[in-house]
Write a protein that binds this ligand. Structure first.
Ligand SMILES: [Zn+2]
Length: 311
């Protein structure tokens, strides 16, 4: 399968072979007359496939000028630090609340290590800091003139407190990161990616409202590809965000352990996915994009931190 798909003039989708699976983790490549941008460069472990894909699209990776992050989670921007040395003219564009984690990835690494343990290196490869002079801070309301486009930056917390999306009002295309959840190609099923440490359901709802109000024609999501049934999709995502959250809350009130809650949530939600996918491998694929331990840890932390009165 080709790793590079042209989506339109000056726009490519790159599928990175994360854990050997295509169309789960990827990047978007935008080319203008004098500039070349990568939105969400992906994990450090996928640096070489990313560079090869840029070449396959017909460009020299050394010519990349913008590395743009929707958020700094390792599957989206883990490679940023190790890429800047290979892309001498590139600057990394990141929200002010995400920038500290690129300058010093130690907190992100510590929090990921609690989830992934000794699989860190295999999953995420090298996680290097981005030098301060290579970082460009962005905020909601900014306009990025990139690749002949005018990209509006919108602040969309919920999945992460530093999450932003990029909207091209002229073309109707919106680069959505994880604000629209996980929906893998060919499977009519959305799963809420709810990692610690800053999951915030109320903020996520506001972000969904904001994205819908922009009336985009297409969302290019992190996991994975183009999404066009936008209002219906967000309706399903929000329903799951809250119903899974309520499920975890109820189990916490029954004083179940984290391990028990993970097992219960899998039991409770698996049949739905298997019905939608009609393929047992789909469960593994969704688990690569977002996983149950992370999902439960995110909700548990959310309830303890934001709503201790409900416990
Ligand atoms: Zn992600």
């Amino acid at each position: 399968m080709s790793t590079v798909t042209q989506l339109g003039p000056g726009l490519w989708q790159i599928s990175l072979p994360f854990l050997g699976e295509h169309e789960i983790v990827g990047s978007y490549l935008l080319a203008g007359a004098d500039d070349l941008a990568i939105i969400d460069p992906g994990p450090g472990s996928m640096r070489e496939p990313l560079l090869a894909s840029i070449t396959e699209a017909g460009f020299d990776p050394e010519d990349v000028t913008h590395i743009v992050a929707t958020h700094v989670h390792l599957d989206h921007a883990g490679a940023a630090g190790s890429l800047v040395s290979r892309m001498p003219g590139a600057r990394v564009f990141v929200h002010s609340k995400g920038a500290p984690h690129l300058l010093d990835p130690s907190k992100v690494v510590a929090s990921a290590t609690r989830i992934y343990g000794d699989r860190m290196k295999l999953l995420w490869g090298d996680i290097e800091p981005v030098p301060e002079d290579r970082i460009q801070i962005i905020e909601g309301g900014d306009i990025l003139k990139i690749a002949g486009r005018r990209l509006e930056v919108h602040y969309t917390p919920g999945h992460a407190v530093h999450h932003v999306v990029f909207f091209d009002a002229h073309s109707g295309e919106l680069f959505a990161g994880d604000v629209a959840g996980v929906r893998l190609p060919g499977i009519d099923y959305v799963r809420p990616p709810t990692p610690p440490p800053d999951l915030d359901l109320e903020a996520w709802s506001s972000s969904i409202k904001l994205v819908k109000s922009l009336r985009p024609d297409v969302l290019y999501i992190g996991h994975f590809g183009a999404l066009r049934n936008i209002p219906q999709h967000f309706g399903r995502l929000e329903e799951k965000l809250y119903s899974w959250g309520d499920f975890v809350l109820k189990a916490m009130r029954e004083e179940k352990s984290e391990e028990e809650i993970i097992a219960m949530l899998i039991e409770h939600t698996k049949p739905d996915l298997l019905r939608a996918a009609n393929d047992p491998h789909a469960l593994e694929r969704y688990e690569i994009a977002t996983n149950y331990p992370m999902t439960v840890q995110g909700y548990m932390r959310y309830w303890r931190k934001k709503h201790p009165e409900r416990l």
